[in-house]
Design a protein around this ligand. Structure first.
Ligand SMILES: Cc1ncc(COP(=O)(O)O)c(C=O)c1O
Length: 359
């Protein structure tokens, strides 16, 4: 069986975990601080704040910017539910804008029409490892005095015109096991803004600026040192993991037939968290079946866009049409691209897909 995702855990991660367990400092200790420092360096920002997950990173970042009830945040509907639900957690309303079919990311040309007096922020999602088109997004944000929170949960080490994902707004990352690097569970917020960084640290720790004095609402969103030890060891391997993902993607794009392979616009570094093709006209479901038969894992990210999820239609009353998002949900199929794949695995994926498409 060729799996769709596989965390690569080596001796370094195991040794680092044992070291933490032997140290007696298990949470919010020196490993967390070291992981934060190394992560900030990787992204190219001054501050990184570790959290318990990507979801809590997004939740914390929104709170740190003072976003709350009555506010609207523009984001994509073609993403994991956590992107939009984090906006709900703070009492704000996600406003969905359609995607650019070439990249699966927010279409900047459609953002301004969605801005209202209640809009406070734009949350682009760098989906599948490809950054959103940030220059026009940042320009719109400046023009309308909006905050930019990058959902970079799938794009560790990705680049947009020389800038790293997570360095162009307030960045939020996930270290869930399927991600380009993992800490088992974990999240990270990245920023150059000292005040936002401090707000994040306070929110992560029960609103505590002075030990056991609580002037504001906060949560327990801390990372443990056990998780940070895994994450730090993984971070040393990020570049080689990403290079292998990119090489695997290049092999697939060079050999796959009968499907639309992923686009990488000029000046972008796509780090292929997912390698997502489009298979139109009912071919997607045939491919899913065929790959399963061949013992090749594949995934549909995401079969139901967020604006069509029952929570949003039934409970929250969303009734919007996003034609490109809905088309992508019907056509997208992700194939294995992770760094543990062998050349034989890649060849098996190619021949199974080409066999099914018949091209
Ligand atoms: C785009 C996106 N946003 C947010 C999240 C939430 O991250 P986590 O699962 O670490 O809470 C994920 C990861 O699953 C994601 O892919």
């Amino acid at each position: 069986m060729i799996s769709i995702a596989k965390p690569l855990i080596g001796e370094e991660e195991k040794r680092a975990v044992i070291e933490v367990l032997d140290s007696g400092v298990l949470a919010q200790g020196p490993k967390v601080a070291a992981f934060e420092e190394a992560f900030a360096r990787m992204v190219g920002v001054k501050y990184a704040i570790a959290t318990s997950s990507g979801t809590t990173a997004l939740h914390t970042a929104l709170l740190a910017h003072g976003i709350g009830a009555g506010d609207e945040v523009i984001t994509s509907s073609f993403t994991f539910i956590a992107s939009a639900n984090s906006i709900l957690y703070v009492g704000a309303r996600p406003v969905f804008v359609d995607i650019d079919p070439a990249t699966f990311n927010l279409d900047p040309a459609k953002i301004e029409a969605a801005i209202t007096p209640a809009t406070r922020a734009i949350m682009p999602v760098h989906l599948f490892g490809l950054p959103a088109d940030m220059d026009p997004i940042l320009q719109i944000a400046r023009k309308h005095s909006l905050i930019v929170i990058e959902d970079a949960c799938q794009s560790h080490g990705a680049q947009y015109k020389g800038r790293r994902a997570g360095s162009m707004g307030t960045g939020c990352f996930s270290m869930y096991p399927t991600k380009n690097i993992t800490s088992a569970e974990g999240g990270m917020i990245t920023t150059d803004d000292a005040e936002i960084a401090e707000n994040c640290r306070v929110i992560r720790q029960h609103g505590m600026r002075r030990r056991y004095y609580h002037d504001e609402m906060g949560f327990n969103f801390r990372m443990t040192d056990v998780h940070a030890a895994i994450g730090l060891a993984q971070l040393q391997k990020l570049e080689s993991f990403n290079e292998t993902r990119i090489a695997n993607a290049q092999f697939l794009s060079a050999h796959l037939r009968g499907v639309i392979t992923p686009q990488v616009p000029q000046g972008y570094r796509h780090v292929f968290h997912q390698y997502t093709v489009r298979a139109p006209n009912g071919l997607r479901d045939a491919l899913l079946e065929h790959l399963k038969h061949r013992e090749i894992g594949s995934g549909v990210y995401y079969p139901v866009p967020i604006h069509q999820q029952t929570l949003y239609t039934q409970e929250l009353g969303y009734d919007v049409r996003l034609p490109e998002t809905e088309k992508a949900a019907a056509e997208a199929l992700s194939l294995p691209v992770h760094p543990a794949l062998s050349r034989t695995d890649l060849e098996a994926i190619v021949s199974a897909v080409n066999e099914c498409t018949g091209v």
